[in-house]
Design a protein around this ligand. Structure first.
Ligand SMILES: *Cc1c(COP(=O)(O)O)cnc(C)c1O
Length: 461
């Protein structure tokens, strides 16, 4: 099930330019993490050897994308790069209209403002931080309709991103279709660990919502990765190309928000796509207020060109085989060594289960935060806490939220690191695991008011 086939996933490209990394000693790293208050967000990037903080905006661009940068047409209006991007979106995703935005959340803001009214309900397959916030700011309330399996790190369901149709039916019955402007479907589901949605589920969601006249809007940030899992795991789809699967997923929806910083292999950019002309006109008008003219939306012409080329490269079978293949390669190595990780392995990273990794550290002593700090000290690998620190506090009782999932995320940037880097990561995780009994918890010494995980500081207990 996790197999990548009998043939290797090796990269369909060769390296033309390299970025040299600073090598540090363990002593230097101990000092650096202490000065960073044991928070990997506060480390200097130059002190990091392998940076797995995020896969967002961290991809390596191809020579064709760099060539695209040189072809930037920086006209204020009607840049030729806008038309190239529009063509790429129409060709690969099938949507009629496209409005560029500075990144994904810019598109979320416009979509929410156009479609959501005060008091509306927006069902979705698990929340994403910025998506939910824009829905709320527009007066809506997010309701989670993902299947229960998504909340269990050891459940082996192959499509843990699926929408639970009964939950969705209940939401429609409870609030009525008039109060539900659209269902937001994310492919893949980031916060569940990069878990995919099946094609069958996409069709069922379409069918159910159509009966009630409710739209479906896609958060298609990692749609090509989702298509790869459909090709590999879902019956009847192994002969289909990623390209055709991507287009079919989009065909069951009315529009989409897109962060080019993930799938599309660029460092900045995004867009809003729509099929309805009236909504498009409204969105084109709003984008002028928040982003820029509707033919550049906060991006330089060169950025739009790089994204147009990146979209084309992202839907190639050989690219996706190597991209997800590298993630699976690392995950399978860790599973062989009995390291507790979230399974099945997702599309953009490996999630260590800190509750099982450090069972002796109480959740209010921040096991995932402590583990992320330890990984950095061991080999200079930067990961991210996704547990009690990220979850924050209940505003009323002032107590911590205690989330079920206490995870450390090792996110793999696209086309950046080699198989040898994956080996080094696995060796380091195994080394830390062997010494796990010596790892102690942390205490929080500084807690900022908002989104504390970015800037909180800790000390060793
Ligand atoms: C990154 C991300 C977004 C937001 O995109 P930005 O480009 O970071 O603004 C939205 N949804 C998901 C699932 C994401 O991973």
């Amino acid at each position: 099930m996790q197999q990548t086939g009998k043939r290797s996933w090796a990269e369909p490209y060769k390296i033309k330019m390299v970025e040299l990394l600073k090598m540090t000693t363990k002593q230097q790293r101990q000092k650096a993490i202490r000065e960073a208050g044991y928070n990997t967000f506060l480390l200097k990037s130059e002190d990091v050897y392998i940076d797995l903080l995020t896969d967002s905006g961290t991809s390596a661009m191809s020579d064709r994308q760099w060539a695209g940068l040189m072809q930037g047409d920086e006209a204020y209006a009607g840049s030729k790069n806008f038309y190239n991007l529009e063509k790429s979106v129409q060709k690969h995703y099938g949507y009629k209209y496209m409005i560029p935005t500075h990144q994904g959340r810019g598109a979320e803001n416009i979509l929410s403002k156009v479609l959501i009214k005060e008091g509306d309900i927006v069902p979705g397959n698990m929340y994403f931080t910025t998506t939910r916030l824009h829905q709320e700011l527009a007066g809506g309330t997010f309701v989670d309709v993902i299947i229960d399996e998504a909340h269990d790190p050891q459940n082996e369901h192959l499509f843990k991103g699926n929408v639970d149709l009964d939950k969705l039916k209940n939401v429609i019955a409870e609030y009525g279709a008039q109060r539900i402007p659209y269902v937001c479907v994310a492919v893949t589901v980031n916060l569940a660990g990069g878990q995919p949605v099946s094609m069958e589920n996409m069709k069922q969601v379409r069918e159910l919502t159509q009966q009630h006249g409710i739209k479906v809007m896609l958060d298609m940030t990692r749609i090509a990765e989702n298509a790869y899992f459909i090709q590999q795991r879902e019956k009847g789809y192994s002969v289909r190309s990623i390209k055709s699967l991507v287009k079919e997923i989009c065909s069951y929806t009315d529009g989409a928000t897109f962060s080019g910083k993930k799938d599309a292999l660029v460092n900045i950019g995004g867009f809003l796509a729509l099929n309805d002309e009236e909504y498009f006109n409204e969105a084109s008008n709003l984008v002028v207020v928040y982003e820029g003219l509707h033919t550049y939306g906060g991006l330089a012409g060169r950025d739009m060109e790089a994204m147009a080329v990146g979209i084309e490269e992202s839907v190639q079978d050989e690219h996706m085989k190597a991209r997800v293949g590298q993630v699976l390669y690392l995950g399978e190595m860790l599973m062989k060594q009995h390291i507790p990780i979230v399974t099945p392995i997702g599309g953009h990273g490996i999630f260590l289960d800190a509750k099982r990794f450090l069972p002796h550290v109480r959740q209010d002593q921040f096991p995932a935060q402590a583990l992320a700090a330890e990984l950095y000290v061991d080999a200079g690998i930067r990961s991210m806490e996704r547990g009690i620190v990220s979850a924050g506090r209940n505003a009323r009782t002032r107590d911590h939220y205690y989330p079920k999932l206490e995870l450390v995320r090792l996110t793999i940037p696209r086309r950046v690191y080699t198989q040898a880097h994956m080996d080094v990561i696995a060796e380091s995780v195994v080394n830390v695991y062997e010494q796990r009994n010596k790892i102690k918890g942390l205490e929080m010494t500084y807690e900022p008011k908002y989104l504390r995980f970015f800037q909180a500081r800790f000390g060793r207990i």
